[in-house]
Design a binder for this molecule. Structure first.
Ligand code: ADP
Ligand code: MG
Length: 345
């Protein structure tokens, strides 16, 4: 029998392979694999379900991650997937695999963050599972949400002429990760060293304690805007734009000079790492902002919103291009985060 390495397929290749072999047996399953959450019809309403697993030393490093932040982030990244469907989260289950390396106080600290997120996003912790692990901590959270069928925003609804929008700012969480990793190396070389976070507080906070954009979901509803397509930015903007383009069967034109980048992200990128802030925004990850498309007629309703940037538009030529600040047009490539190739995701 031949053996194929997982790295030959990559994470998305593997998921596509599983999806192809999946058979749907129930009419109530409106959307299975392939979006931010599954969609299940229940009467006139729809239930949304999504799950995310965080594994120690793949997704987080406890040498610089405070447990309350980790608990908060584990919930926020799940809530973000419900937001990305234009839904409202209602319940979560939390499953843990733990070793005796962890004390009761450590688990209390983790749950302090989980409960803070439950409060912020108004979700109820309704169950889970607890088991042992040989050494590392594994946190798996499932979130259940709700939406009206007409209001759900799938990844595949973008149409020619729609405007591409993104919330907040991008690239900060990636710069925060780089700062934390750099300071860990420096600390191992010189244990007397104190963390140097001045001027880097924002990017580090974006990495350790991201916020799911439920505020935007409520504001879209208040303004009677239903995005034609939506996804959350977990793997990096370029990767998410390509998901919308591929699944909607459209092209996209994105403008580099419209990418929202915070001043601190910009300075950390240039001064600490000598990397292009745009590359951080396009290919960093874990921003947990919302990327969505709207019909042109809805632009008026959102154009003055301080936390939404209009970064491009949908075309019908199936090409995804970046118009660079220098006036060139280059094909956009995803360099998202891929577990099997050794990047965090
Ligand atoms: P997100 O980044 O929004 O969390 P993922 O990239 O993790 O989404 O997953 C994409 C889709 O693939 C989702 O619909 C998810 O439920 C599905 N998926 C991921 N892993 C598996 C798996 N092992 N088996 C079945 N479906 C999976
Ligand atoms: Mg998602």
């Amino acid at each position: 029998m031949s053996r194929t390495e997982l790295s030959a397929l990559g994470e998305f290749g593997l998921i596509n392979r599983i999806a192809k072999s999946t058979k749907i047996n129930n009419k109530s399953t409106l959307k299975g694999i392939g979006d931010d959450a599954a969609v299940i019809r229940i009467g006139d309403s729809c239930q949304l379900i999504s799950t995310d697993m965080l594994v120690e030393n793949i997704h987080f490093d406890l040498s610089y991650t405070p447990l309350p932040h980790l608990g908060y982030k584990s919930v926020a990244v799940n809530v973000s997937d419900i937001a990305a469907m234009n839904g409202t989260p209602e319940q979560i289950t939390v499953s843990l695999a733990l070793s005796n390396r962890f004390s009761v106080e450590a688990i209390d600290a983790l749950y302090e963050g989980i409960f803070a997120a439950c409060e912020d996003y108004k979700v109820d912790l309704v169950g889970g599972d607890t088991t042992s692990s040989p050494s590392g901590l594994v946190i798996s959270i499932t979130v259940i949400g709700r939406a009206n069928p007409e209001q759900i925003a799938y990844r595949n609804g973008a149409k020619k002429g729609d405007i591409l929008c993104v919330t907040g700012d991008l690239g900060a969480a990636y710069m925060g990760l780089k700062i934390l990793q750099m300071q860990k190396v420096e600390f191992l070389e010189n244990p007397q060293m104190q963390p140097q976070l001045e001027g880097r507080e924002y990017v580090v906070k974006r990495q350790l304690r991201p916020n799911a954009r439920m505020d935007i979901i409520h504001e879209l509803a208040d303004n009677q805007v239903v995005p034609t397509a939506m996804i959350d930015v977990s793997d990096g903007l370029a990767s998410e734009i390509l998901h919308i383009a591929t699944q909607s069967g459209v092209g996209v034109m994105v403008y580099e000079d419209k990418l929202p980048i915070d001043r601190e992200t910009y300075e950390v990128a240039i001064n600490d790492f000598k990397v292009s802030p745009s590359i951080c925004a396009l290919n960093g990850g874990e921003d947990y902002e919302l990327l969505f498309t709207i019909k042109q007629e809805d632009y008026e309703k959102l154009k003055t919103h301080e936390d939404i940037s209009f970064i491009g538009y949908i075309t019908d030529d199936k090409e995804v291009n970046l118009a660079t600040a220098g006036g060139q047009k280059v094909p956009m490539e995803a360099q998202g985060w891929n577990h099997f190739k050794g990047k965090q995701s």
